[in-house]
Design a protein around this ligand. Structure first.
Ligand SMILES: [Fe+2]
Length: 316
């Protein structure tokens, strides 16, 4: 999707040292600022503002070693090294290795070099299965297939603002349990058993509506659908409510898909978006390097229901 020229002109005053080109979609913007390895302090501050404004940012044509990717991430907060084990993890990984995840279907010497293979990944918020999920995730594309493997993002501010009023009222004060046992590809994590009862499966409960700690705006917070549970409801009622919420949140007009090129860096706000991935041909190679910014606050519903509306929460 091409950037919207009118929106570019409207926002020019906000970003003096970078170009921010919003996509004509529910969320997302391309940022042009040259080589990210040489970004100035002023540019980093404006990138941070653009990230809060547009939820997902795309930088094209970058070249980053792993230490450079981690150095970039450190501009935005503390690295997160708490990701739960993936089936491909090796024992004895150091901090840098734990802060950097390889997402790939490539097999070398009979072993996968990364996680999540080539399958469809369901809509999710990264690591919503811990008490304080990461604030941001950054993906850097090393090799991408010619087709498939696109990453979709959806705007959870707008998902809340477009929710039918009676459902929003019903969610005031509600908490949802987020399953820790499976990853977004549907694979069972190491050390976990499949949950026999969603009311007692491992994972924290988070408010269904939460206030973004930096923008002060409310967003719907669902995490991921499999094995989730609305606390306090009989399981059939919880399932019925979750089905309604998920069919709403997964509407195409809340989403935007990124078609990757090698050298792309994509950074998203994990507190107000979800993402998913399209499957791709397993004969093609896809190698992505990912790092995350550690969350700074628990997902408390600070003033849920009384916060201001994010500009991107409004429909165009
Ligand atoms: Fe993810």
């Amino acid at each position: 999707m091409q950037p919207n020229a009118t929106a570019v002109a409207q926002q020019a005053h906000r970003y003096r040292d970078i170009d921010v080109l919003p996509f004509g979609a529910a969320l997302g913007a391309e940022v042009r600022c040259g080589d990210l390895r040489r970004a100035s302090a002023a540019q980093i501050a404006q990138i941070r503002q653009a990230w809060l404004d547009h939820l997902v940012l795309v930088f094209r044509g970058q070249t980053l070693s792993d230490p450079e990717l981690l150095a970039l991430a450190r501009h935005f907060g503390e690295l997160d090294d708490t990701a739960r084990p993936q089936p491909t993890d090796q024992p004895g990984q150091d901090l840098q290795t734990r802060a950097l995840t390889i997402v790939s279907n490539v097999i070398e010497n009979g072993k996968p070099i990364g996680a999540l293979s080539n399958v469809d990944l369901v809509w999710h918020t990264d690591m919503s299965y811990i008490e304080v999920p990461p604030d941001a995730s950054i993906l850097y594309a090393v090799e991408v297939p010619a087709a498939g493997g696109e990453t979709g993002f959806c705007n959870m501010y707008r998902a809340l603002e477009t929710l039918p009023r009676e459902m929003r009222t019903r969610l005031q004060g509600a908490t949802i349990k987020h399953d820790a046992t499976h990853n977004s590809g549907g694979f069972l994590r190491k050390g976990f058993d499949p949950p026999a009862d969603v009311t007692r499966s491992p994972g924290p409960s988070h408010p269904a509506i939460r206030t973004h700690p930096e923008t002060g705006c409310d967003a719907l917070f669902l995490g991921r659908r499999p094995y989730s549970y609305v606390q306090g409801l009989p399981v059939p009622e919880s399932e019925a409510l979750l089905e309604q919420l998920w069919s709403h949140a997964a509407k195409p007009d809340l989403a935007w898909y990124h078609k990757w090129r090698a050298g792309d860096v994509v950074m998203w706000d994990n507190r107000c978006t979800m993402h998913r991935r399209n499957a791709f041909d397993n004969n093609a190679r896809r190698i992505m390097h990912r790092t995350q910014i550690k969350g700074t606050r628990p997902y408390a519903a600070v003033n849920a229901g009384r916060a201001q509306v994010h500009p991107r929460g409004l429909t165009n």
